[in-house]
Design a protein around this ligand. Structure first.
Ligand code: NAD
Length: 260
C-alpha cells in the first residue's frame, strides 16, 4: 500500500502530527492521493475515525483505515502519539492483517424508499421530547410495541460505544451480531417491552415502525437526520464493510481495559 491520505481532527496537535506523518511517508516514496487512496490514516479520536469512514463511504471497499489517537485513548485507533515512528515503520515494512467490520444499513420509508444511510457503531431512533411509540418487527415478524425515548441498534464494534452506556452487552469481535437496546423504556402493566438488550443474528432485519416519528431523530454514529414524515426505519447488515489495517496484535481484552 503506497497511496495514502490523512484525516485529522481540527486541533493543532492532530494537524501537526498529520503533517509530520505525511512528510515522512512522502520522503519514503509514498504517494499522497486524496482521491483514490489505498490507506487512510486518521489522526485524532474515535470521532475522527468515524468521520473518515463516512467521508469515504462511497469507496469503502477500496480503502483501509488505521488510526493514531491524540488526546484521550481511542478505541478505534491503534497507535498513540508516542508511537508514530512505530506506525511509519509498520506501514512501510509490514503487511497488515485486515479486520473487516460490516456497516449497518439503515433504510427509511414514507410513501417511498429514501436512499440508505450507513453506520459503523450504531443507529438510534430517539425522541427526547415526548414518549415514542415504536412497533418492532424481526424479519417482518411482530415482536413488541416499545414506548420510551427510543431504541439503539448497534453492531459488534458499536457494542462498546453508546450501547454500553445504556447497559447493552459488549460483544466480542469474533461474533458478528446486531443488538437492540432500549433507551429509557417505559414498563408498566399497559406498556410492555422486553426491557433487556436483544442480540440477534446479523442477518436479521430489525424494522421499527411508528404512526408518528414527528420530532424524532435518527442518530447514526456522529451524524443525525430528522424522521418527520417517515414511518418505517429498518436496520440490517450491509454488504459494505470497513477494513481496518492491524499491524500489531492488540488483544480485544486489552482494548476493553482501555475503557475502564
Ligand atoms: P465522540 O467522537 O466524542 O465519542 C464519544 C465517546 O465514544 C468517546 O469517548 C469515544 O472514544 C467513544 N467511542 C466511539 N466509538 C466507540 C467504540 N466503537 N467503542 C468504544 N468507544 C467508542 O462523539 P460523537 O462524535 O458525538 O459520536 C460518535 C460516537 O460516540 C457515536 O457512534 C456513539 O456511539 C458515541 N457516543 C457515545 C455516547 C455515550 O456513551 N453516552 C454519547 C455520544 C456519543
Amino acid at each position: 500500500m503506497e497511496r495514502f491520505t490523512i484525516t485529522t481532527r481540527v486541533d493543532e496537535q492532530s494537524k501537526q502530527l498529520g503533517e509530520q506523518v505525511k512528510e515522512r511517508l512522502l520522503h519514503l516514496g509514498w504517494m499522497y492521493d486524496d482521491q483514490s487512496p489505498e490507506i487512510l490514516i486518521s489522526v485524532g479520536g474515535d470521532g475522527t475515525m468515524l468521520h473518515a469512514v463516512h467521508q469515504r463511504i462511497d469507496m469503502i471497499d477500496q480503502v483501509v483505515f488505521v488510526g493514531i489517537h491524540t488526546g484521550t485513548l481511542g478505541f478505534l485507533t491503534d497507535y498513540a502519539v508516542s508511537e508514530v515512528d512505530q506506525l511509519i515503520e509498520d506501514l512501510t515494512t509490514k503487511s497488515p492483517k485486515i479486520d473487516q467490520v460490516f456497516l449497518i444499513q439503515i433504510n427509511r420509508k414514507n410513501h417511498r424508499d429514501l436512499p440508505p444511510l450507513f453506520a459503523l457503531n450504531e443507529a438510534r431512533v430517539e425522541n427526547i421530547i415526548k414518549t415514542q411509540r415504536i412497533e418492532v418487527f424481526l424479519n417482518d415478524e411482530y415482536l413488541e410495541t416499545f414506548r420510551g425515548n427510543g431504541l439503539c441498534i448497534s453492531g459488534q464494534l458499536g457494542s462498546t460505544a453508546y450501547n454500553r452506556s445504556i447497559a447493552g452487552a459488549v460483544i466480542m469481535p469474533d461474533f458478528a451480531a446486531l443488538q437492540m437496546t432500549e433507551i429509557a423504556g417505559i414498563h408498566h402493566q399497559l406498556s410492555k417491552s422486553l426491557g433487556s438488550p436483544l442480540i440477534v443474528s446479523p442477518d436479521t432485519k430489525i424494522k421499527l415502525k411508528s404512526d408518528s416519528y414527528y420530532d424524532t431523530i435518527l442518530a447514526y454514529d456522529h451524524l443525525h437526520v430528522r424522521l418527520d414524515g417517515i414511518n418505517e426505519v429498518t436496520c440490517s447488515r450491509s454488504d459494505k464493510c470497513v477494513k481496518f489495517a492491524r499491524y500489531r496484535k492488540t488483544s480485544y481484552i486489552q482494548r476493553l481495559h482501555s475503557l475502564y
